[in-house]
Ligand binder design. Structure first.
Ligand SMILES: NC(=O)c1ccc[n+]([C@@H]2O[C@H](COP(=O)([O-])OP(=O)(O)OC[C@H]3O[C@@H](n4cnc5c(N)ncnc54)[C@H](O)[C@@H]3O)[C@@H](O)[C@H]2O)c1
Length: 451
């Protein structure tokens, strides 16, 4: 399933019509395919401030086969050398005066950026600043990046990563993600890394080789896409869904050479059954993706207890109970485990008629943040992914007007695809993403809702 308007606006007849009517023409995004180069061209790397990450950054890019241009070289380069990415190392800022250097570097480089380009800014976290002036300069970058993301066109994105002192080893994995086609629909995001034991390297094509990954709600929609991407990346997937979805669940599991496990995650014995299955059939688990979710919309004043309780049970309580049981079951959650919890833009922005759903999805974010330190102690991580408007069977049934507005009110002017959510979850599940913990990553094309 694709975003029909984007396909139409980029077709022969469609592009002429869209131009004549003055309608937006959303770009065809650069999405990851196995074997794809990290970037389709060189990257400009520059710094504003001391730039303590420059050497690490250059090494990461060179390892990935990306030519690195200095800002001056990029200025004079021919058209073939137009940058596919601009990476600004803004670490070491002492006050707002130095922000001018960020502007001086970004303005000419962004002007020459290729379509589906990437802007990535790296900085020290505001929370660890020595002075208000330093905190101001660091925080200012958030406003700069979020605005630039809104200005970029042609499928380009801009994101910001805060890198605390001591977390330099955590940098390579997010840099690769944000520059790659895996982050096609992740835009205007801000992440803070933490120090972690990061494995030296991983197979770029199969980062999940040898891992066992559980995906709930895998019979269809986003969950089926997560299962496919995880299997593509090398994992053995245990696909979980309710018995009523058994047929489609089996079809997904067969397609990817995984295991189908019928389970209602809200059943009183669900956690015990899952733990036993993972211990006995797979000897443990490396990745758990809590994707299963339901909506039961009604205005709060009209909402009955069944709607409230049903949504809470699937979307929040089951995530809490299954995760707790896995943490407590001796040896089942393997070292370096990854738990990724699906939240939602509604949990950040709120949504009319979704007080139950938004409460459950906001709860997921609270849970993830609170659990992060316990996971870090085990060398594991727990993160949330909050999808925005994703084109699925569910959104296809929305009234045309609501659907079209929902799909367009973001910086990329289009709905995301299930695979965009799946790529982000697969990245967070990978071994080298060890320094991304307790974070919420929105996959929403920088939606205006809740921004
Ligand atoms: N589609 C979107 O635009 C969007 C946006 C934000 C967040 N999300 C979230 O993404 C996730 C997947 O959404 P989707 O659009 O693919 O939904 P979907 O309805 O297509 O799929 C959800 C799956 O979860 C399963 N499920 C429901 N209750 C279950 C239970 N008790 N036990 C086991 N499995 C159960 C369903 O059978 C179904 O296969 C959900 O958590 C949803 O809230 C979706």
């Amino acid at each position: 399933m694709s975003d029909w308007y984007t396909s139409f606006a980029n077709s022969g007849v469609g592009s002429t019509l869209v131009k004549q009517l003055g309608l937006p023409r959303p770009a065809v995004l650069r999405r990851y395919e196995p074997g794809q180069q990290l970037l389709p061209g060189p990257a400009v790397v520059g710094s504003a401030g001391e730039g303590r990450l420059r050497a690490t950054l250059t090494a990461v890019l060179r390892d990935a086969g990306v030519a690195v241009l200095s800002p001056a070289a990029a200025d004079g380069a021919g058209d073939g050398e137009r940058p596919a990415a601009v990476v600004l190392d803004a670490t070491g800022l002492t006050g707002p005066a130095q922000l001018a250097a960020a502007h001086d570097l970004l303005a000419p480089a962004v002007k020459r950026l290729r379509p589906t380009g990437r802007v990535l800014v790296l900085a020290d976290p505001p929370a660890t600043a020595d002075s208000p002036a330093q905190a101001a300069a660091r925080q200012a970058l958030e406003g700069l990046v979020r605005s630039l993301a809104k200005e970029l066109r042609a499928g380009s994105t801009a994101n910001l990563v805060f890198v605390p002192e001591g977390a330099e080893a955590s940098l390579a994995s997010p840099v690769r993600f944000f520059l790659s086609g895996r982050s096609a629909y992740v835009d205007g995001q801000v992440l803070t890394l933490s120090a972690a034991d990061v494995p030296a390297g991983e197979d770029a094509e199969r980062p999940l080789a040898g891992k066992v990954a559980v995906v709930t709600g895998a019979a269809r929609g986003i969950g089926a896409s997560i299962a496919r991407v995880m299997a593509r990346d090398g994992a053995h997937v245990v696909a979980v869904d309710v018995p009523a979805a058994g047929e489609s669940l089996a079809a997904v599991a067969n397609e990817i050479g995984g295991t189908a496990f019928q389970l209602d995650i809200t059943a009183p014995d669900a956690a015990a059954r899952l733990v036993t299955h993972l211990r006995e059939r797979h000897g443990g688990v490396d990745v758990v993706v809590h994707n299963a979710g339901i909506t039961r919309d009604k205005l709060l004043v009209n909402m009955d207890a069944a709607r409230w309780n049903g949504v809470m049970a699937v979307n929040l309580q089951a995530q809490l109970d299954l995760t707790r049981a896995l943490l407590d079951a001796d040896g089942v959650l393997r070292p370096g485990a990854r738990v990724v919890c699906v939240s939602s833009q509604s949990g950040i922005a709120g949504n009319r008629g979704q007080s139950n759903y938004a409460a459950s999805k906001a709860g997921v974010i609270g849970m993830v943040r609170a659990w992060a330190p316990e996971f870090a102690e085990r060398g594991a991580t727990v993160n949330a992914v909050a999808p925005g408007f994703i084109v699925t069977e569910m959104t296809a049934t929305m009234p045309l007007g609501t659907r079209e507005v929902g799909a367009r009110i973001n910086s990329l002017q289009q709905g995301g695809l299930p695979v965009d959510v799946a790529e982000t979850i697969a990245w967070l599940s990978s071994p080298t993403a060890a320094g991304v913990n307790g974070q919420v990553v929105r996959v929403c094309g920088q939606s205006m809702l809740g921004a």
